[in-house]
Design a protein around this ligand. Structure first.
Ligand SMILES: [Zn+2]
Length: 274
């Protein structure tokens, strides 16, 4: 623990559920800013920890070549070296490729990272790619995809689960059948796969017609269900520009869902993989 009494009283973030931001992007993928600036910002904001998690799929950033991957890791390492005030994790955001949970990063590369996220994105067959016209089938495919992902031994967290508002058809959080959510929550808890609550969740529902506060209320109920099954959480900005450390909405949702500090990932305890 680093919490001395004077630090407790002078750092206004100590009241937060967590003082971390474990999903961020840099100019290595589709973020605007270099790694070095994100690390400087994290220090300025007195965050405990951030994870640099650029996109990882064929042709993109750190996945372009082994040489690029090496440079990515070296650059993060250089930006964090010599300082121990902010924990900076070498991570990536992989993407899931099909409903079996096939992921875009292999074990050999993942082993060199400290934090591996995976999202449902435009390359995900059977969900975002060739989305089933039947909403029930679509939602079942989403949950099957996540269940498959839970079998990936080097996966740490699912990025913004249920980001399915902008597809046709769209699937809102409250529309997922409870038994499917519970099955997934139980498997995530068993495998210790973390649920990533991103601040910009509204982005994923901008085309769905849902009112922002209705989305909040629906997402709160999903988070509450997962928390009830023992799933752990992380907060993030999913920063691409200058939003590093902005986890206001994420914290609002987690608090409203009754999540406690003990259910949050302790980023300071994340270790180097073997
Ligand atoms: Zn992201």
């Amino acid at each position: 623990m680093h919490a001395q009494d004077d630090a407790m009283t002078t750092n206004p973030w100590t009241h937060a559920l967590a003082n971390h931001d474990l999903h961020t992007h840099t100019s290595w993928s589709d973020g605007r800013h270099p790694v070095s600036l994100l690390v400087q910002e994290a220090r300025a904001y007195e965050l405990d920890a951030i994870a640099i998690t650029d996109h990882y799929f064929p042709g993109m950033g750190p996945a372009e070549s082994d040489e690029a991957f090496d440079r990515y890791l070296t650059e993060i390492d250089a930006a964090r070296s010599g300082q121990d005030d902010v924990r900076v994790l070498q991570g990536i955001e992989a993407t899931v490729l099909d409903v079996t949970g096939r992921i875009s990063i292999d074990a050999a590369h993942a082993e060199r990272l400290e934090w591996v996220l995976c999202d449902l994105g435009s390359r995900s067959e059977g969900t975002f790619l060739n989305t089933p016209a039947d909403k029930g089938v679509y939602m079942e495919n989403v949950v099957r995809t996540y269940l498959g992902l839970c079998d990936v031994p080097y996966l740490n967290a699912i990025a913004h689960p249920f980001n399915t508002g902008n597809t046709v058809p769209s699937a809102l959080p409250a529309e997922y059948p409870g038994h499917l959510l519970r099955e997934l929550a139980q498997k995530m808890a068993e495998r210790d796969i973390v649920f990533d609550v991103i601040n910009s969740t509204m982005y994923w529902f901008k085309d769905s017609g849902i009112a922002p506060r209705a989305l909040t209320a629906q997402y709160v109920e999903v988070v509450r269900l997962f928390a009830g099954e023992g799933v752990r959480f992380q907060m993030s900005s999913d920063d691409h520009r200058t939003g590093l450390g902005n986890t206001r909405w994420a914290e609002l949702v987690l608090r409203r869902a009754g999540v406690t500090r003990g259910q949050m990932v302790d980023a300071l305890r994340i270790g180097k993989r073997r």
